[in-house]
Design a protein around this ligand. Structure first.
Ligand code: NAD
Length: 496
């Protein structure tokens, strides 16, 4: 575990020498002291990233040249797959098989953007047909510049990959700040980039509190683009900060995503996907389908099976075999989720399963997977993100009612629908006001497909080719090709 920041290709102590505790959420033990960067460290990092962009020629490398580094980083992640997955469990608490999946996806993300970097070479210019034949024009894509990336704690390495891989592929340089709760694997990404011989300053990693290191990144004049994943309130601060000097932004924020299950659905499959949609990663998933709407005809049967299966989930330390639900990430997060459950009860909701610290777990930030019924539509439990293993479930009768309930939210990140009637599923998918829609499943995420939200769930799209566009400017180059003089101020007679 590292005690230094990765800046300009070097491991350096924070200039003010600070550190913060890293706590294992399964045991509550302090397992490390991570380096705590301040505005001074951010300034050194941004200066290095600027030089790498403005002087050292990272953007001038061809896409194919940059792809070589990206593939080397992907290989470096895969070579340390087990070690990185274990670190992720110690830091975040998630079950090891989930961490394994995340690490593999992070490597895949670097490979995917290596391919797209190469495609930038093959298709660099788009000719534009103009209405005036005296001119020709083309559009070219160019990297935005220095990106500042700020990420949350729920998928520490994967969220780093989602930002770093497209930024580097596009030709940007980057300063990355991981969440203070989970900095370990992001620092290892620095080591992997170093082994891949990434030029100094192209990737800089500054760990530290959001209010200090994060704030310094969003305020820094040398940063051209802010890429953020996290909560709505911090997203608003970032938008406000970006407005001062018109930084480009992309924001991936929270959600309260609906899952509509029609009564022709297979109940067993519905129960499985509902559980995957809310208990994976302890429900600490921005796209978690936390509002489940089930058509009246199967509601009772489905709820009974959901309660049964939910109570069977093996809870424990993420490193133990067979565990499918680990602790929440921190004491604070645990307290917030418990408070949200208490508030739901006070508002009139029924706790149909879970709701407490599981028996036999005195240490660790554990919480039973929880099902809430009778949740008032105007309560926080129904409307606000809980970001824990807590699902609200309610019956509906008609398709129109389900769509209205699903869309009645200030968020619009994801939505899911399950039905054997394909036409109906497609109709409902089209009616959802959300950036990500799943039919007959919930949560599967692919590097190739766009990711991002409508409404208060964010701005812009990550992943796929859309993720690359996040880090590119579009430039038009227009040429006067007519042999005739322009003849506006200086009349042609004079030329003649
Ligand atoms: P958070 O907003 O508190 O923190 C996210 C990051 O922002 C952290 O690195 C933090 O240090 C930093 N930060 C905090 N204050 C800052 C400031 N003033 N200036 C700059 N940076 C600052 O969120 P979190 O608790 O880490 O994550 C949970 C939230 O993230 C949830 O709301 C969840 O829905 C959202 N999330 C969204 C997605 C998505 O793809 N849309 C993915 C994961 C998490």
């Amino acid at each position: 575990m590292r005690t230094e920041l990765y800046i300009d290709g070097q491991w350096v102590k924070p200039l003010k020498g600070g550190s913060f505790e890293v706590v294992n959420p399964a045991t509550e033990e302090v397992i490390h002291h991570a380096p705590s960067g301040t505005a001074e460290d951010v300034d050194v990092a941004v200066t290095a990233a600027r030089r790498a962009f403005d002087v050292d020629g990272w953007p001038q490398k061809t896409g194919s040249q940059r792809a070589v580094y990206l593939r080397a980083i992907a290989d470096g992640i895969r070579a340390r797959q087990q070690e990185l997955a274990r670190l992720e469990v110690l830091d975040n608490g998630k079950p090891l098989p989930e961490a394994d999946w995340d690490v593999a996806d992070a490597a895949g993300c670097f490979d995917f953007y290596a391919d797209l970097a190469e495609k930038l070479d093959n298709n660099p210019e788009e000719p534009i047909a103009l209405s005036d034949s005296r001119f020709t024009s083309k559009a070219v894509k160019e990297p935005i510049g220095v990106a500042g990336a700020i990420i949350p704690w729920n998928y520490p390495l994967l969220m780093a990959a989602w930002k770093v891989a497209p930024a580097l592929a596009a030709g940007c340089t980057i300063v990355l700040k991981p969440a203070e709760l989970t900095s370990l694997t992001a620092l290892e990404l620095g080591a992997i980039a170093d082994e891949a011989k990434l030029p100094p300053g192209v990737l800089n990693i500054v760990t530290g509190p959001g209010s200090v290191a994060g704030q310094a990144i969003i305020d820094h004049k040398g940063v051209d683009k802010l890429a953020f994943t996290g909560s709505g309130p911090v997203g608003s601060k970032i938008m406000a900060a970006a407005s001062r000097d018109i930084k480009r932004i992309s924001l991936e924020l929270g959600g309260k995503s609906p899952f509509v299950v029609f009564d022709d659905a297979d109940v067993e499959q519905a129960v499985e996907w509902i559980m995957f949609g809310i208990f994976w990663n302890q429900g600490q998933v921005c796209s978690a389908t936390s509002r489940v709407l089930v058509q009246q005809g199967i509601y009772d049967r489905l709820l009974a099976r959901l309660i049964e299966e939910t109570q069977r989930i093996t809870i424990g330390n993420g490193l133990d075999d067979g565990v499918l639900l680990g602790p929440l990430v921190s004491k604070r997060q645990h307290g917030q989720v418990v408070a949200a459950i208490d508030a739901a009860r006070a508002a009139g909701a029924t706790i149909a399963a879970g709701g407490r610290r599981p028996k036999g777990f005195d240490k660790g930030f554990y919480l039973e997977p929880t099902i809430l019924t009778d949740v008032p539509l105007d309560s926080d439990a129904w409307r606000e993100e809980i970001f824990g293993p807590v699902v609200c479930i309610r019956p509906f009768s008609t398709e129109g009612e389900a769509i209205a309930l699903a869309n009645d939210s200030r968020f619009g990140l994801a939505a899911a629908v399950m039905s054997k009637d394909d036409a109906r599923a497609e109709r409902v998918a089209a009616a959802f006001r959300a950036g990500i829609v799943w039919i007959n499943c919930s949560q599967p995420t692919f590097t190739e497909a766009p990711w991002g939200g409508y409404k208060e769930s964010g701005i812009g799209r990550e992943l796929g080719r859309w993720g690359l566009d996040n880090y590119l400017e579009t430039k038009q180059i227009t040429k006067y090709v007519s042999g005739d003089p322009w003849g506006w101020y200086i009349k042609s007679a004079v030329h003649a």
